[in-house]
Design a protein around this ligand. Structure first.
Ligand code: IFM
Length: 764
């Protein structure tokens, strides 16, 4: 049974729409914690961008240092039938539907196609990246002849010529094949990572000739032929295995051995489905009364949960997941601040993996601090395998004519505190003392050491300051005393002192080791206390916080004067134009207020602030923020804070902007890859925003403020190893509404839920 609230379907009225090809490739990405494959077609299409990205498989590239290398295309399947090659740009597409079953993690497609010679066929494709065994990929193709009798030829390959937008990262090392199977060995050109891939093709339903391998260099291919009759169906199964030298010493042998012992598609599928069922059992969110929101929330969860690494704590989730080339597979604060809460509070063992990645890259952070003349550890703004800075210093403008200076790698310093913040919250949620002792404490303390050496004492004004930074709002560069940076730094130092106290009581040996290694002298700790007392924060009597020194003196503007628009304010005003005006790319002070409040215990604490403060800052900054074309990180945070301020309509608008950013391509850039931060932000907006979950000494408690049309909201929250089940009803909805459930009209322009063709089942 397939249920509409689990299925994302590509609309079919006009058949396949090539104009949306790259958007839908992103939307239909399948990941399994090890790799991600975009939703390109097995048979190819002109201009397509097939891509399979594997966590941690980086290779060098000019300007941006390193990027995830596009692995060999495992999908490749060429079908020659009725004297033509099956492809949607040839012949006639008579019916077309593609759908993603998020409950089971399967992407399917149905096509009724007329060949250029006028013969009709039906094709059904299903594929998955196994969540049960991350080295296994599977696809099935059913070919049914309607009115054709004659030969069919099938070529299936492992295409080692996959490139990153024209840049090829692989050298072909070796390849081979036998009956029904082929294998490929390639190596990244600079980082020298070996990759082994093997594939097996089986055909049933028709009498196929023996399948034989052909060895095109770097492109091993299996070829087979069979005859088909009208109303006959041929079933093709392609099973693929993949390993790299990051996983095992001999990935090529491993891929072949594994393949030799694998069962068929249906058995692999059953294991995969069971693995997804286990994940959803804890992490699903049920929304009744709003089908669009239900689907969009599940879609974000699906992408987030599927890309989180299961078995490798040396990798993390890139800003575009494993679904596109933008940001080159680099890892940002998006992971710690936006993605992690969903995992911390539903799949804590996955959160632990991601935080441990930051522990493994701590040496890179130390190298960066040293290179900049500071002590301790200074996390990099964009991170890859080693933790060394990979933010480009210059990038070409869209026309390629000029270069733009990117300062984030040098001065967007809040990343160190973001890592500390996520570590602290993970520890609070899980009570994982071992992890805090072995990894978290060292990260929090050594980044505190960095802050101690980074702040500046202003003798004239008798205060500590932090000059020349970028806060979350990247429209403003090289500013002094950014409130987010200063106040979060204060939070960081306070937290470091608490962790230090705890560690001394918990494990004297480890405390002694860190004391010596990080040079945690009493003078240093005293210095932190003094910074906490004297760091400069600018806030007026109404609680309004100045985003940075001098922000209020910048030229003000009315964003409504620029409507309607389809571009960011920075692209309209230019870099300097935005820098010199009161316009924000994303929440900065509001972001700060969110983080200080998120998941806090109900009792007042050092960073508590009043409702009036929140109101004053919301009123000032929200009208000055570029909500649609600024940063995709903003809308979810605005949704949560609008809930706090009891502004349900505004909250819902911001929420849907976040939840639909990829499905409905709200910002027009979904073709570049999934907005990872928004997937996690969507979870936070539901749980911390609409459900109003906050943490008390008795565990998590909800203060729901559900959107009007949500009749019911159900989810689970893991706290200190216990699962808390929330089942919230909307007191505002009437009884009859409560039964109406999913009748809302679709606001999704191009991708929306519909029934799937009745004839299509996954099993034969
Ligand atoms: O980390 C973000 C940043 O906050 C805004 N620009 C895009 C980055 C990656 O998503």
């Amino acid at each position: 049974m397939q249920q509409a609230d689990w299925i994302v379907t590509e609309t079919t009225e006009d058949g396949f729409n090539p104009a949306q090809q790259h958007h839908t490739e992103t939307v239909f990405t399948l990941s399994n914690g090890y790799l991600g494959t975009r939703g390109s077609f097995e048979e190819g299409y002109p201009g397509d961008r097939p891509s399979t990205l594997i966590h941690g498989v980086y290779d060098n590239v000019p300007i941006v240092f390193t990027e995830l290398a596009n692995a060999p295309n495992w999908l490749s399947l060429t079908i020659l039938i009725g004297g033509a090659r099956f492809r949607l740009d040839q012949g006639k597409v008579m019916a077309y539907k593609r759908w993603l079953d998020m409950q089971r993690g399967v992407l399917s497609r149905y096509v009724r196609w007329q060949s250029p010679a006028g013969q009709t066929f039906e094709f059904r494709f299903d594929r998955f990246a196994s969540l049960a065994d991350e080295h296994v990929l599977a696809l099935q193709c059913q070919i049914t002849s309607i009115d054709y009798a004659g030969p069919v030829e099938v070529h299936t390959s492992l295409n080692g010529y996959s490139d990153n937008q024209g840049y090829l990262h692989w050298d072909a090392v070796n390849q081979g094949g036998a009956d029904h199977s082929i294998w490929l060995h390639v190596r990244t050109r600079h980082s020298k990572i070996d990759l082994g891939m093997a594939a097996r093709l089986t055909i049933s339903g028709v009498a196929a000739e023996q399948t034989t391998p052909i060895s095109f260099q770097g492109y091993p291919t299996l070829v087979t032929r069979f005859s088909i009759q009208p109303e006959q169906t041929a079933y093709l199964e392609k099973i693929v295995t993949v390993y790299t030298s990051r996983d095992v010493p001999n990935p090529v042998l491993m891929a072949q051995d594994k393949l030799a012992n694998l069962p068929g598609f249906n058995v692999l599928y059953a294991d995969h489905e069971a693995a997804w069922a286990k994940v959803w059992e804890i992490s699903d969110i049920v929304i009744e009364g709003d089908l669009n929101a239900q689907l969009a929330v599940r879609y974000n969860l699906f992408q987030l949960l599927s890309v989180a690494p299961r078995n490798d704590s040396r990798v993390s989730i890139p800003a575009k997941t494993l679904s596109g080339f933008a940001y080159r597979g680099h890892i940002f604060w998006d992971t710690e601040i936006f993605i992690l809460p969903c995992l911390t509070y539903t799949q804590p063992e996955l959160a632990r993996n991601l935080l441990t990645y930051r522990y493994h890259t701590l040496e890179g952070a130390r190298r960066k601090a040293k290179a900049h003349g500071y002590e301790g550890a200074m996390y990099v703004w964009e991170s890859a395998n080693t933790g060394d800075e990979v933010t480009p210093s210059w990038v070409p403008t869209p026309t390629g004519e000029n270069l733009v200076r990117i300062w984030c790698g040098e001065i967007e310093l809040h990343i160190s505190t973001d890592v500390a913040y996520a570590s602290w919250h993970y520890w609070q949620a899980t009570g994982d003392h071992d992890w805090m002792r072995d990894c978290g404490a060292e990260m929090i303390l050594d980044t505190a050491v960095f802050w101690g050496s980074r702040v500046e004492w202003n003798g004239d004004r008798q205060r500590y300051e932090i000059s020349d930074v970028i806060g979350p709002d990247e429209y403003h560069e090289r500013v002094n005393n950014n409130a987010f940076t200063n106040i979060m730094m204060r939070w960081h130092l306070r937290t470091a002192l608490k962790v230090w106290d705890w560690l001394q009581k918990m494990d004297r040996d480890r405390a002694a080791e860190l004391q010596q290694r990080l040079n945690l002298t009493s003078d240093r700790l005293q210095h932190w206390e003094e910074i906490i007392q004297k760091i400069w924060i600018s806030q007026n009597a109404n609680g309004l916080i100045e985003q940075f020194e001098g922000f209020f003196a910048l030229e003000d503007l009315n964003l409504e004067d620029y409507e309607p628009r389809t571009r960011s304010m920075q692209s309209i005003l230019g870099i300097e134009g935005a820098n010199s005006r009161q316009v924000l790319k994303q929440p900065d002070v509001v972001m700060l207020l969110y983080l200080l409040r998120r998941g806090i215990f109900s009792q007042p604490h050092e960073d508590s602030y009043s409702y009036e403060t929140l109101q004053a800052n919301w009123d000032y900054y929200v009208p000055r923020t570029d909500h649609t074309y600024g940063s995709s990180l903003g809308p979810a945070v605005h949704a949560i804070m609008a809930c706090e301020l009891d502004k349900p309509a505004e909250a819902y608008e911001h929420f849907m902007r976040a939840a639909l950013v990829d499905l409905a391509d709200v910002r027009g850039n979904a073709h570049e890859g999934i907005h990872a931060a928004s997937t996690g932000g969507t979870w936070q907006a539901v749980v911390f925003g609409f459900a109003g979950v906050h943490l008390t000494e008795n565990g998590p408690v909800a203060t729901p403020r559900l959107p009007e049309n949500w009749t019911r909201l159900k989810f689970q929250f893991v706290w200190q190893g216990q699962v808390y089940k929330f089942d919230l009803r909307n007191p505002k909805t009437t009884k009859s509404q409560q039964h109406e459930d999913t009748k809302s009209t679709s606001t999704l322009p191009r991708i929306f839920p519909t029934a799937v063709p009745p004839s299509t089942r996954i099993s034969k």
